[in-house]
Ligand binder design. Structure first.
Ligand code: ADP
Ligand code: ASP
Ligand code: MG
Length: 643
């Protein structure tokens, strides 16, 4: 027996369902297949949205319902084109039940957790029905088994806990007597001991599959999704991310707990003790190797295994002099959070005990704030502590790997990499297992942080430079052409991936975070937005790319006045004109100081000697111990005026 689970995108269209069926048929040749399916991609979100609209007395819930209905009916007619009225009627009947439920929510303006679970259960009930009927219509030996008759939970609606004893018994009793070669099981849904509909938490279909795999002691569990495995980091945010071939259970758990959505965190637990490997595969590319999660990570060479992010984080800080040395503050704080069922993702405490700081999901921040201020009402009133401080729009990024504990300097490398790119760190936590170093940063910095850390830990020395060029007259145009010509050489020989991310002349400007196509830059620039110097700076800042460099190829004093702004964002500045460096000495010194402070080079080699390597040569001579006693030169007119 084998257990395969297919996620939302995999069952998100009739085209993809046909791919799923091809995989099922191939696997069924080896042994019986249990196929766990998610709701059609996006449907669970739509159900939830419809429920909330109905609860808020907004008639638009009907629009959401129609979209859900049309999607499923269209898929069915594409998959079973012959007029199977019985099947279509049965699907319509299920959709009618869904409509009745939404109408009910609209009438009573209430969407309790219990009703929400009932509502969301339609997603998996509908998808599993369509897939099972499609298989049957193609004369494949298949049956549908409702997971609600197998998986027993407590009544903790929206994230119910599984009662393993009755669940395992149900699963074994059913599958050990079933003779169908393929059984379709809806994931995510379950029933409580009291026969109420429950769900296992968002993303929980992976868990359903793991529970069944463990109950039946199958040889392996396959999770089929829309990417080719567990990647070094989220492939949707970092292009250079790549699938990890082997990974240990512990690392996989840590990655998924800290945001790698590809695997629902509790999934590993049921299969871990039985040492059942989990194979993550791509439905859209079945030949890709994917990731194998097993007992060990098979001697990987890199120290870190992956980088993750969790967005929508709030950081709460309890602080005050009255906390120092007084026992019991943390106990009361965490008890309060536990009572409110608020999950803490990260905790740090200063050794002075002057403050405790913890990260939670932003949706729970108001509840936490209210509850904590109430519990510490007396201490706050008597000014022993401050009211709890709540900061939002934050995210957690985490560097994860089994091998990190045996290597010094990993956290140093992590934080200096972030610092060099002007990413401010709000809080830090390192698990005692040393398998995880986490940092809280602004949510707007997540993409940059993941890219820059990925470059530093996973991309064998190649460094990406993102260049923003202002002024593409004669000289600027030559520079762009030179970059185009040298891109491959720089990559191969100097391991520099040089990209032009922004271009501007005095009329228009263009930007592209993935690099402007240098074969078509002139046409793109013509179509660009109206150029302003401030606008160019703002775009470079908002793009927030790692290793950004601003190149001034104008002869415009107004441009040089913005250098300080760029440097303060840790964006390096390269000036081809000497306006800034031959302005007041104070201004020059200030720019050099900013360059040092923000770790952003300020370079102006072409300012002296018409581009001959004079400044660089002098710097190198000084660095190796030479002293400059005098400089003799035949100066240009401007320089003479300066002296
Ligand atoms: P499914 O519906 O198949 O369960 P999910 O959307 O739950 O799929 O999970 C797959 C998605 O997880 C990917 O499309 C990707 O955007 C996201 N993801 C985040 N981090 C990672 C990672 N480290 N490796 C792979 N995918 C990741
Ligand atoms: N359909 C559910 C969700 O979107 C469960 C799953 O896909 O795993 O959360
Ligand atoms: Mg998922």
């Amino acid at each position: 027996m084998q257990v395969l689970k297919f996620g939302g995108t995999s069952v998100g269209s009739s085209k993809n369902i046909n791919k799923v069926i091809a995989i099922l048929e191939a696997n069924a040749k080896q042994s019986k297949v249990i196929c766990v399916v998610s709701a059609v991609g996006g449907i669970t979100d739509k159900l939830l949205k419809a429920g909330h609209l109905a609860k808020d007395n907004k008639k638009d819930y009907k629009k959401e319902y129609k979209a859900i209905k049309n999607k499923h009916l269209a898929m069915l007619s594409e998959l079973i084109p012959t007029n199977e009225t019985k099947v279509a009627d049965a699907l319509e009947e299920k959709l009618k039940q869904l409509k009745n439920l939404l109408d009910g929510i609209f009438l009573i303006n209430e969407l309790s957790h219990q009703t929400s679970d009932r509502l969301l259960s339609f997603g998996e009930l509908l998808s599993s029905f369509i897939i099972a009927e499609t298989l049957k219509s193609r004369a494949i030996s298949a049956v549908l088994k409702n997971a609600q008759e197998l998986i027993v939970t407590n009544s903790n609606f929206t994230k119910a806990e599984v009662k393993f004893e009755p669940t395992n018994l149900n699963i074994r009793n059913y599958f050990n007597t079933s003779n169908k070669s393929i059984t379709i099981v809806p994931g995510f849904i379950s029933k409580s001991v009291n026969h109420e509909i429950t769900t296992l938490g968002r993303g929980g279909s992976d868990y359903t599959a793991a529970i069944i795999a463990a109950a039946l002691h199958v040889e392996r569990l396959e999770i089929w999704t829309d990417v080719s495995g567990m990647y070094t980091t989220n492939p949707k945010l970092v292009k250079q991310a790549y699938p990890i071939k082997h990974i240990s259970y512990q690392e996989a758990m840590e990655l998924s707990h800290f945001g790698a959505k590809v695997l629902y965190p509790p999934t590993v637990q049921p299969v871990l003790d039985l040492k059942i490997p989990i194979h993550i595969k791509n439905t859209m590319d079945p030949k890709a190797l994917g990731t194998i999660i097993s007992e060990n990570s098979h001697g990987k060479s890199s120290t870190a295994t992956g980088i993750t992010n969790i967005n929508n984080i709030a950081l709460l800080t309890l602080q005050g002099n009255g906390m120092v040395g007084v026992p019991g503050f943390s106990k009361r704080l965490f008890e309060t959070l536990a009572q409110e069922k608020i999950n803490i993702i990260l905790i740090t405490q200063a050794s002075s005990e002057h403050s405790i700081c913890f990260g939670i999901e932003v949706q729970e921040a108001n509840l936490a704030e209210f509850a904590i201020n109430e519990v510490f009402e007396y201490e706050i009133a008597t000014k022993k502590i401050d009211p709890i401080l709540v900061e939002k729009e934050l995210a957690i990024i985490a560097l994860i790997g089994d091998k990190m504990k045996s290597h010094q300097g990993i956290s140093g490398k992590m934080f200096s990499t972030l610092g060099k790119n002007n990413i401010n760190i709000r809080a830090i936590a390192q698990g005692a297992s040393e398998r995880n170093i986490s940092a809280v940063i602004a949510e707007k910095d997540v993409k940059k942080a993941l890219n820059t850390l990925h470059e530093s830990f996973f991309e064998s020395d190649t460094k990406q430079l993102n260049v923003f060029i202002t002024g593409v007259g004669n000289v600027g145009e030559r520079l762009v052409e030179q970059i185009k010509q040298q891109q491959q050489y720089l990559k191969k020989h100097l391991k520099i991936n040089l990209r032009v991310a922004g271009l501007s002349n005095s009329r228009t400007m263009v930007f592209n975070a993935d690099g402007i196509d240098l074969n078509a830059w002139k046409a793109e620039l013509k179509e660009g937005e109206v150029a302003t110097l401030e606008g160019f700076f703002k775009n470079a800042k908002v793009l927030n790319l790692r290793n950004s460099v601003f190149v001034d190829v104008t002869a415009n004093e107004a441009v040089s006045k913005l250098y300080a702004k760029y440097l303060k964002e840790s964006i390096a500045v390269v000036a081809c004109n000497k306006i800034a460096c031959s302005s007041t000495y104070e201004n020059y010194v200030k720019l050099k100081a900013l360059s040092l402070e923000y770790n952003a080079p300020f370079l102006f080699e072409t300012n002296v000697g018409a581009g001959l390597p004079i400044i660089d040569t002098l710097s190198n001579l000084m660095a190796s111990g030479d002293k400059i006693t005098s400089i003799q030169a035949v100066l240009s007119r401007e320089f003479k005026l300066c002296f």
